[in-house]
Design a protein around this ligand. Sequence first.
Ligand code: ZN
Length: 176
Amino acid sequence: MRGEVLVLNQNYEPLNICRWQRAVTMLYLGKALPLAHDSREIHSPTTSIRLPTVVRLAEHVKRPLPQVKLSRSSIMARDAHTCQYCGKRTKPLTVDHVIPKERGGKHTWDNVVACCVRCNGKKGNRTPREAGMSLVRPPARPRFIPYLSYSTFTWALRNEAWRDYLEPFAPHLVPH
Ligand SMILES: [Zn+2]
């Protein structure tokens, strides 16, 4: 991730990741403002600037929100590969319908969670209340997805220069 720059929308929402050359051009044109730098400088005949690591757009960019695909991998990523009943990262993980499908539960973001095999077996065909189990966190459609994919987001979180800017959008994904 050296030389790559996190681009935030004007409202600080993570938008994308670009090469430093593009970020420097945006700064030069006044289309973006620098938020964080690394220690390196780049020089031209007339000027020298510190390499940005995070920039923020000067004007808000509106983009249509693409539909988040509900898939096994996106559920696992949302739940940080953590069982939503016991809170452990025990593998293998499966997808649990909080209200079982046979009981009218839907296959929607707010009714599916990552679940370890042990908890899945314990819960069986019951609701969490019937099984005396509770969820670590109520499932919901993830909110940061529109612009950065899960895999990009989790990868980007490993960059310390970016973490502070990404964390508010997915605190549960931040590695410990
Ligand atoms: Zn579990």
